[in-house]
Write a protein that binds this ligand. Structure first.
Ligand code: HEM
Length: 543
């Protein structure tokens, strides 16, 4: 990784967007003022104490006022809801702030709250409905509730629930509904297939450079980041690993900047919000350098930036689109690719079978083992990697890793401006509907011994996912199935093929001693995330 200062230097390139530049200038001034104040205050501890008391009193007063307002809203909202066919309120709630348990354990809360069926709850001013497992068909099949905005609210990515305000602030992550269209175009089979040789080369470089003891949730994640940047952002960025690493760093921090506080009180100028803005400015600057380079060098039809420019997106829209697309694609793929290698490494018999399957697949295209893998992959197309009959066990094992490791809440938002009928209940405007993948994936009624990694459950004899409808949600279901499924799978298969054919591997602690057991599956996080305890892979090159 390059040091943070380099990121900042890299970020000093000219910005084409006046709004961002002006805001950033203001931000610089604020930060300068803050530094001076700190010097002054450090010389007057008493004054600092007084200021701290005044500020915390003001904050407390503000919290009480807002808390009362939200409690009042809730009371009136609740009264209104109770007159209609609304989901009953959960008893798992605190006065004013609502169901704070949601933040400490998403799955624990949703499972307990829905024991009696679908229920309402609130998070400060935000009304929510926890949808129970029997209403999964309605949840996934209903195209009316908003998708991206729901995630933005529940992950603390936006400053307000109000759509007009979001637009005014330039936070339209959907680009007026066009973002999905652009992403779908960039993910088209022909496009990804045409650029596959570059992906082969980058993946081989990254996997060949892995340390003998590597944390896959860092190294494999960075490989996925580089491949995805090449497909949906800019080829000049993916060609430069140092710039990719700088972006990974910014991206990681952006990913962490949504906290319970920012979700509960989205209007408050939390430090995380200021930091998020600052990080986005750096991200934008890096995109601007790539954009200037693209314009200087002329057309390149394989570069995603060229496509976005041809579509007439402004520089700010390009940054917004890239960030939104990366958020949709990177975390899932990076974390799942790392987990997949760990699951294989901790099941040596499957590792050997998968290696044999992949080697025989590669041999059928190019049998010469003395050549580099990127050369042997040359004629293998995207379709051939993704055809389940070419790599049946690899597909089955990945499906099992997705089932076991994907534990995440799904969100939808009634942003229609009116009440909505949903599975026999009324969903008022502004309400978030929340559901959880573990209702199926980690439920004994759906899967035998669900906390065990066992790919045979998806074999033809057992076919546990066929026992009930909508039992597997690893790539989503119904109206919002994953748009990047093919790219995600391709990246994971490519990385897995290179890793298992190049190395013998085992799961170890940081010091290289064998890890007795993988850390428990994380059921309670807001998004798919790496294990809480670090996991490493010990790699021995195969001759
Ligand atoms: C292992 C990798 C991935 C997994 C497990 C995954 C999983 C999912 C799931 C479960 C959903 C549905 C969410 C819901 O219903 O609320 C979804 C939707 C989506 N995914 Fe993925 N995803 C992956 C990779 C990607 C990639 C690489 C991209 C693009 C670069 C992507 C873009 C999207 C988009 C745009 C949607 C929303 C589609 C819509 O609005 O209808 N995903 N994904």
């Amino acid at each position: 990784m390059i040091p943070t200062t380099s990121v900042f230097q890299f970020g000093l390139g000219p910005s084409n967007d006046n709004r961002i530049s002006t805001n950033a200038a203001a931000l610089h001034i604020c930060l300068l003022c803050h530094t001076r104040q700190t010097d002054f205050l450090s010389r007057s501890p008493l004054l600092m104490l007084q200021l701290a008391i005044i500020l915390s009193t003001a904050l407390l007063a503000a919290l009480i006022v807002v808390g009362f307002a939200s409690w009042h809203n809730r009371r009136t909202g609740k009264a209104k809801i109770l007159t209609s066919r609304a989901a009953p309120y959960t008893s798992l709630t605190y006065p004013i702030l609502g169901s704070l348990q949601y933040f400490s354990g998403h799955w624990d809360f949703l499972r307990s709250a829905t024991k009696e069926g679908t229920v309402s709850f609130h998070l400060a001013r935000q009304q929510c409905i926890a949808v129970d497992v029997d209403k999964r068909q309605e949840f996934f099949s209903d195209s009316r509730p908003a998708f991206a905005l729901a995630y933005a609210v529940m992950l603390g990515a936006t400053p307000s629930m109000n759509r007009d305000f979001l637009m005014h602030m330039g936070f339209d992550i959907t680009l007026g509904g066009r973002a999905v269209k652009f992403l779908a175009a960039l993910l088209r089979n022909e496009r990804v297939n045409a650029s596959r040789h570059v992906l082969y080369q980058y993946a081989e470089e990254s996997i060949g450079a892995l340390e003998p003891i590597t944390n896959p949730f860092d190294s494999i994640y960075r490989t996925v980041f580089r491949l995805t940047i090449n497909t949906i952002a800019a080829s000049s960025i993916s060609a430069n690993p140092a710039v990719c690493d700088a972006l990974v760093k910014i991206f990681h921090e952006l990913d962490r900047s949504g906290t319970p506080a920012t979700i509960l009180f989205p209007w408050f100028p939390w430090w995380e919000r200021v930091r998020r803005f600052y990080l986005m400015k750096h991200f934008h600057d890096i995109m601007m350098v790539a954009l200037a380079e693209r314009r200087r060098e002329g057309r390149d039809d394989e570069d995603p930036l060229q496509f976005l420019l041809d579509e007439g997106l402004s520089s700010l829209e390009i940054t917004q689109f890239t960030l939104a697309a990366l958020f949709a694609g990177i975390a899932n793929t990076g974390v799942v690719a790392a987990y997949f290698l760990c699951d294989l490494a901790s099941h040596p018999s499957y590792l050997a079978l998968i290696r044999a399957e992949i080697l025989s697949f590669i041999d059928s295209f190019h049998p010469d083992p003395t050549l580099p893998f990127s050369t042997r992959f040359h004629s293998i197309t995207l379709d051939q990697w993704l055809n389940p009959s070419n790599l049946p066990l690899t597909h089955r094992c990945l499906k099992e890793t997705l089932r076991l490791r994907i534990a995440t809440p799904f969100h939808r938002l009634n942003d229609s401006g009116a009440d909505m009928e949903f599975g026999g209940t009324v969903v008022p405007h502004g309400t978030i509907l929340t559901f959880h993948s573990s209702f199926m994936h980690h439920n004994e009624a759906f899967y035998v011994d669900p906390m065990r990694w066992d790919p045979e459950r998806f074999g033809v004899e057992r076919a546990e996912d066929k026992g009930r409808p909508m039992a597997f949600a690893g790539w989503g279901l119904g109206k919002h199935q994953c748009l990047g499924q093919r790219l995600g799978k391709f990246e994971i298969f490519l990385i897995t093929a290179l890793a298992v054919c190049s190395y013998d591997m085992e799961v170890v602690e940081k010091d290289g001693t064998p890890m007795v057991e993988m850390p428990p599956v994380q059921l309670n996080d807001a998004v798919v995330s790496p294990p809480k305890r670090d996991v490493y892979l010990k790699l021995n090159a195969r001759c």
